[in-house]
Design a protein around this ligand. Structure first.
Ligand SMILES: [Zn+2]
Length: 197
């Protein structure tokens, strides 16, 4: 998820208009997230990316209700069980009028170091199928590459110097998301200036 400087703080609070009864929220998850957002001095950010667990539970609701979300990037794996879960997520974002920037398929094919072939361990095309069925852009397939895990463990993300397929896929994804956020910002500024006239 992305939360950017699109909305004024007043609008952040305004989002509570859509709140469900408080009894349905996990208070601990809610407090932790809102504390992080409101009590941390984030400084001038280009983007604030919030990585959420899959599902449509308390954490996702808290973010949608309390943070100024610019847009969401929906990540799925290729198999149909995951696709079903993420489809429900997309529906929830729609209910909160949150822009879904697109769908990413993670663990999309494993390039095998032993035989050199590509093994579709988790199946194929789940991300593309999901994107088409909910009518949002398909952003990227991220291959299952052990180098991604190793780079993460070493604190040297693969995009920092890698030039293989996985690094290129992550870079393309980042560029696509930045582009879509840029378009949203332009629309937002346009709306503001029209309102000001
Ligand atoms: Zn193999």
């Amino acid at each position: 998820m992305l939360a950017g400087p699109l909305e004024e703080p007043g609008e952040v609070r305004g989002a509570r208009r859509f709140a469900l009864p408080v009894g349905q929220l996990g208070p601990v998850a809610q407090n932790t997230l809102t504390d992080l957002f409101e009590d941390v001095s984030w400084g001038q950010l280009d983007y604030l990316v919030v990585d959420l667990p899959p599902g449509t539970g308390d954490v996702q609701l808290t973010v949608l209700q309390n943070l100024p979300v610019t847009g969401t990037v929906v990540v799925t794996t290729p198999q149909s069980v995951a696709v079903g879960d993420t489809r429900r997520g997309v529906q929830m974002f729609g209910e909160y009028r949150t822009n879904v920037l697109g769908v990413v398929e993670n663990m999309s094919g494993f390039v095998c170091p032993s035989c050199g072939d590509r093994h579709e361990i988790f199946g194929e095309d789940g991300g593309r199928t999901l994107a088409e069925s909910v009518d949002v852009p398909y952003l990227k397939s991220l291959p299952l590459d052990p180098a991604v895990r190793a780079g993460g463990d070493d604190g040297e993300p693969i995009v920092s110097d890698g030039d293989g397929e996985a690094a290129a896929a992550f870079r393309d994804l980042a560029a696509a998301v930045a582009n879509k956020v840029g378009v949203l910002r332009r629309h937002h500024r346009q709306r503001k200036s029209e309102e000001a006239v």
